[in-house]
Ligand binder design. Structure first.
Ligand code: HEM
Ligand code: HEM
Length: 195
């Protein structure tokens, strides 16, 4: 299946902004009450905050285009439809054991597990943007925050760790498909994939 231009553009935007968030998080310093802050690391935190709003906008735009059409809605959220939900469970039972023996069906044959994980990844990016925005609104300049915002920050950290698992798994699966000759990278990143 060839991806539409709008999906390919939104995916590149989402990929670049989310990767920038994961990178900035490695070098930033979050202000804490009574603790001196390194100028550069504090500036990188500002980039993380600004980038967070961009991720949120891109993720919402992605969700809006996806939810607008049945085909794409059920591609990313197959569990919303009872018949597709049954097929998803069958795919999980049949295909996952095969993965450990090196059997990976092409996306044309089996795409419900991949679609579900992609949909959850998109929701994860949206969730990080939402929790990040709440932290932004609830945090004082010196880093102090009320207990409720602190809980949201803990949730943001949990979602952030989950996002690492998603991104690494997603990249490895894309590479595995590519090695098997399924040309998923061309389908997602190029305008014309003659095959
Ligand atoms: C690290 C570099 C990345 C590469 C090489 C990559 C590659 C791909 C490929 C090849 C597909 C199509 C898979 C298929 O047809 O089975 C895809 C789909 C998708 N990727 Fe990525 N991706 C990357 C990063 C990300 C990131 C950071 C996110 C955001 C959380 C993301 C979210 C998605 C989503 C939501 C889809 C589903 C597209 C749709 O069906 O609308 N990707 N990606
Ligand atoms: C306005 C938006 C955002 C704000 C204000 C914000 C703020 C923060 C803060 C304060 C932390 C540090 C938590 C701590 O360890 O004390 C953090 C960590 C993190 N953020 Fe954000 N964030 C925003 C958006 C995002 C987005 C959109 C993503 C990714 C899609 C993201 C990814 C991460 C990750 C991966 C961590 C590290 C979590 C961990 O410690 O394991 N953030 N963010």
């Amino acid at each position: 299946m060839k991806y539409e231009k709008s999906t390919r553009i939104l995916h590149i935007l989402l990929m670049l902004t989310v990767l920038a968030q994961l990178l900035s998080e490695q070098f930033m310093q979050v202000p804490k009450p009574g603790k001196a802050i390194d100028q550069l690391a504090g500036f990188i935190f500002s980039i993380h905050q600004f980038g967070g709003f961009v991720v949120l906008i891109v993720a919402i735009a992605y969700l809006m285009t996806v939810l607008d059409r049945d085909e794409s809605r059920l591609r990313l959220f197959p569990w919303l439809d009872p018949a597709k939900r049954k097929s998803l469970i069958t795919e999980i039972k049949c295909d996952i054991p095969g993965w450990f023996k090196g059997v990976l069906p092409p996306p044309e044959q089996a795409h419900l597990i991949a679609g579900t994980v992609h949909g959850l990844g998109l929701m994860l990016a949206t969730g990080l943007g939402l929790t990040g925005s709440i932290i932004y609104l609830g945090m004082k300049h010196d880093g102090g925050m009320p207990p409720a915002v602190h809980t949201i920050k803990e949730l943001h950290e949990l979602l952030g760790t989950t996002l690492w698992f998603f991104v690494v798994g997603h990249l490895l699966m894309a590479l595995l498909h590519q090695i098997k000759g399924h040309r998923v990278l061309q389908k997602m990143f190029t305008a014309n994939d003659e095959q």
